[in-house]
Design a protein around this ligand. Structure first.
Ligand SMILES: [Zn+2]
Length: 307
């Protein structure tokens, strides 16, 4: 089986994947190994037909190597998909649909579609964080300062959720980040999330938001960073790591995408989380992860082992 992480540049990728046949062969190999498996019923009693499709003896369905993947039912050549995946995983700040359309010669609409399909693959792991964990909230939404005076909504600066969506983030120092949109940042909302995603007895660092006041009761060690007293770094008590993640996320949203709708916000967050969690890996390794996600064979543990 070919080692996808060996592609250290777009040139090496493009020259290897020179035909659709080659792309299909590698996709098949990565997806099923030696034993083709029916995506409908899971049976391995499968035969290859003359037209390149497969038939299943057990459920009688026919399928192709792209069935059940993001490549299914698109007229976009696999070569362009692979190039797009490479570009997305190697651009550390993300890539716009305009740029992608120019790079791989598709319409901007197609590039937008591809980006969304690929973004849909990024899932966050359920494995809880442990050790020293920083938590923080951020708000993303319409830039009030750029709006007409008449359109400004009263009380929307800062922590209001009228036009902004709150995002809650947790990061293990020197480790993984998790971030998700939340309806609000009240204790009732945040505590169940914290209990799900952070192991008990972890050492938690937050700002002075009252929603965090019961952390100790729930079995965590809790240090508070008091931002309003200009007390940013006191010994170990800082939240600079999670703030670094927010800064990177803001740069991606405002610098590359300019605007993201509330509907798709979690997907953009997932993209940035993925980027953060694989930041130590090189372009080829990232591409291999992404390929694994497309074929459903992605093992997130790979990131930690390689990085
Ligand atoms: Zn079947």
């Amino acid at each position: 089986m070919i080692d996808l992480s060996k592609f250290d540049s777009l040139v090496s990728l493009v020259s290897y994947f020179d035909t659709e046949e080659r792309c299909k062969r590698v996709l098949k190999e990565q997806r099923w190994g030696k034993e083709v498996c029916c995506p409908i019923c899971g049976s391995v009693h499968v035969y290859e037909r003359g037209d390149g499709r497969f038939g299943c003896y057990d459920c009688n369905h026919t399928f192709s190597v792209t069935s059940g993947t993001i490549f299914e039912n698109t007229k976009i050549p696999l070569r362009k998909w692979f190039m797009a995946m490479y570009l997305i995983s190697s651009h550390k700040k993300g890539i716009s649909s305009v740029q992608l359309s120019l790079d791989i010669k598709v319409t901007q609409k197609t590039a937008w579609f591809m980006l969304h399909k690929i973004r849909h693959l990024y899932g966050q792991t359920l494995e809880p964080l442990v050790g020293k964990v920083e938590m923080d909230e951020m708000y993303l939404g319409g830039k009030e300062t750029n709006k007409d005076e008449s359109k400004k909504v009263e009380g929307t600066q800062g922590r209001s959720t009228k036009t902004k969506t709150p995002i809650f983030g947790m990061v293990e120092r020197d480790g993984e980040v998790k971030a998700l949109t939340v309806p609000n940042t009240r204790q009732k909302t945040l505590m169940p999330i914290i209990k799900q995603y952070v192991y008990e007895h972890s050492e938690v660092f937050t700002d002075e938001l009252s929603s965090y006041s019961k952390l100790v009761e729930h079995g965590y060690t809790h240090s508070i960073v008091r931002h309003h007293q200009k007390e940013y770094v006191v010994g170990d008590a800082y939240t600079n790591t999670i703030e670094g993640f927010w800064a990177q996320f803001r740069r991606m949203v405002y610098g590359i995408y300019h605007f993201v709708s509330k509907k798709y916000l979690q997907r953009y967050i997932d993209e940035e989380v993925y980027r953060w969690n694989t930041k130590e890996a090189d372009a080829g390794v990232r591409f291999a992860y992404m390929f694994g996600m497309c074929t459903g064979t992605f093992d997130y543990g790979m990131v930690k082992r390689v990085a």
